[in-house]
Design a protein around this ligand. Structure first.
Ligand SMILES: [Zn+2]
Length: 358
């Protein structure tokens, strides 16, 4: 992440981490005997109490969501494939707001309840340690942003022409049920259905687009394990450029309200060149696709290294000149932060240290 502005980046990030560290206190976790049956309600990371869960390890998310900017309403169906790391009679997912309709575990109807930003799932039958299982969650509602005076507005933000789901450390749980901690990375297949004429951009490789009845479904696949905070969804009126670089898909998108020959477009156009420069120093580019997304939404005051496709707030390009520094920072995170990733948020300084150096 980089905040907009010309302050030294390292100082801004350090300040953010210090404030986060000061605000939170270590929370207790259930005793081991209890955890054996009930998955823990957080990952035990004192920087983000309540975030993540225990008792299972997610392998894959399949998300099918529909979003209508006319009423900001999102409907979703998440299929989560995971392995129980303990015997479980119940387990938690993180989900902020939204209304859950039905939950199934291995195809059988499961009990579900909300406890704050936790979705507690009780399968019809307990899960044995080591069991591979799938959870289907149907949900709907108006997703909400996450306010943070230090790290910047994130979560799910409705914009004039669509929406942006973005933010560190919180964003994923505002639009899908998730084990929301970077220690549990997973692959993603995402289908996003939006009104015809709007783009719906995500992480990874574009795997097709179809239209029917006035709606267009955009499909994305991220096959390299990804931390949940690195997932993004950007919906709106964008100029999307699709090509290849080093034999892999390259997808860049610039908000249509920004000039086609302006500094944002010029900066993103150098993505391949900057990635190659970094690959010469750090080793092969770690993912199956390249890209970047330039927002016009002024409430996003930062750029974030969302996997394979960083998202850039408009502040970096207001000077009228291209900013390849921020492109280098976010692309360096593809190696340091995204591929090599956090087990605990207290190590975020390593991500930011390498990216700032780059
Ligand atoms: Zn950064």
């Amino acid at each position: 992440m980089v905040r907009t502005g010309r302050r030294p980046v390292g100082r801004a990030v350090l300040a953010a981490c210090l404030v986060v560290g000061a605000l939170v206190a270590c929370t207790g976790t259930p005793p081991d005997a209890d955890r054996a049956r009930r998955g823990a309600a957080d990952a035990g990371d004192p920087y983000v109490p309540g975030r993540g869960n225990g008792g299972y390890d997610v392998a894959a998310y399949r998300l099918r969501v529909r979003y209508d900017p006319a009423d900001d309403r999102l409907t979703g169906h998440a299929t989560i494939t995971a392995t129980a790391t303990a015997g479980l009679s119940r387990f938690n997912l993180d989900l902020s707001g939204l209304t859950v309709g039905a939950v199934r575990v291995d195809g059988a109807k499961a009990g579900h309840a909300r406890e704050g930003e936790e979705l507690v799932v009780t399968p019809a039958r307990g899960l044995a340690r080591g069991a591979r299982f799938t959870v289907d969650v149907e949900y709907a509602g108006v997703p909400q942003p996450v306010e943070s005076s230090t790290l910047g507005l994130g979560g799910f933000l409705a914009t004039a022409d669509g929406a942006v789901a973005l933010g560190q450390p919180d964003s994923a749980s505002t639009w899908y049920p998730v084990n929301d901690h970077p220690s549990d990375k997973a692959t993603y297949d995402v289908e996003v259905t939006v009104p015809d004429g709007l783009a719906a951009l995500g992480n990874g490789v574009p795997v097709g687009r179809t239209s029917a009845g006035g709606w267009t479904t955009w499909r994305w696949a991220e096959r390299s394990p990804m931390a949940s905070y690195l997932s993004t969804l950007v919906i709106g009126d964008y100029r999307v450029t699709t090509g290849t670089h080093q034999g892999k898909p390259m997808v860049t998108a610039v908000a249509a309200s920004l000039p086609a020959d302006g500094p944002a477009a010029a900066s993103l156009a150098r993505t391949g060149e900057v990635a190659d420069f970094l690959a010469d120093r750090f080793g092969p580019y770690p993912f199956e696709s390249y890209g970047g997304i330039a927002l016009a939404e002024g409430r996003i005051s930062y750029a974030l290294e969302t996997q394979s496709r960083p998202v850039y707030g408009p502040g970096f390009f207001r000077s009228g000149r291209p900013d390849t520094g921020v492109v280098a920072h976010e692309l360096a995170h593809q190696w340091f932060g995204d591929s090599v990733s956090l087990a605990r948020w207290s190590d975020i300084w390593l991500n930011e240290g390498f990216a700032t150096y780059a």
